[in-house]
Design a protein. Structure first.
Length: 217
């Protein structure tokens, strides 16, 4: 690998030569071989002039996607894709009244989900959501503009749902448990349900939000 000319890059360079010669089949074959050897610089595939004529080719685009998986292995990790049902731009409602907007995006090559929540007033909040191989659980860390911090850890996970729990200190200084459950509905909406408990046995309902895809204005 002297000079960083590892086999994957060498095969990628070979594929570009074939592309310049209009030998599409050989170009794609060499490109697949490069990917099989771990080539992961999809930016080159998107920007190198040798591929200009192929940028709309379905097979080429499939190879670009495969290259992205080499670069970002979280994209093909099913457990890290479990919470993807929350991705999107949402209007958030409680009892039919809109209370805020939330934008959930994929971050860090698909290894995390980033939440950015805003309200009609001054309150805002953000969270980072990720799967940790150390405990094989999802985590959510929320920070709100009023100073609240919630470090949730997954307690349950199933098809179209995930539940978190954490301890936090309320305004009176008492340690309270918070339980947060996300459920994907059949119509594509998502329910976000907060509950609180002092003993971990009896739970009091709190925020019960319905996420609807953001309306186009």
């Amino acid at each position: 690998m002297a000079g960083n000319f590892y086999p994957g890059y060498t095969l990628y360079t070979k594929s570009k030569v074939y592309a310049l010669q209009d030998k599409q089949s050989s170009a794609f074959e060499s490109l697949q071989q490069a990917l099989d050897r771990g080539f992961g610089n999809f930016r080159l595939m998107e920007q190198d002039p040798e591929w200009t004529a192929y940028q709309q080719d379905e097979k080429f685009l499939a190879l670009v996607d495969a290259c992205k998986v080499n670069t970002y292995p979280c994209l093909s990790d099913s457990v890290r894709r479990h919470f993807d049902f929350w991705l999107g731009e949402w209007d958030v409602y409680v009892n039919g009244a809109k209370v805020g907007e939330n934008n959930i995006t994929m971050a860090n090559g698909g290894c995390a989900l980033h939440e950015s929540y805003t309200t009609p007033g001054t309150y805002t909040g953000q969270s980072i959501n990720y799967f940790d191989k150390l405990d094989n659980k999802w985590h959510q860390t929320w920070v709100g503009s009023a100073g609240g911090v919630l470090d949730y850890v997954e307690t349950e996970r199933g098809p179209g749902m995930i539940q978190f729990q954490c301890d936090y200190r309320d305004q009176q200084g008492n340690v309270v448990k918070s339980r947060l459950t996300f459920t994907q509905n059949e119509d594509g909406t998502v329910r976000q349900f907060f509950e609180n408990s002092k003993d971990g046995e009896s739970w009091t309902p709190g925020f019960d939000g319905l996420y609807q895809p953001k309306s186009v204005e």
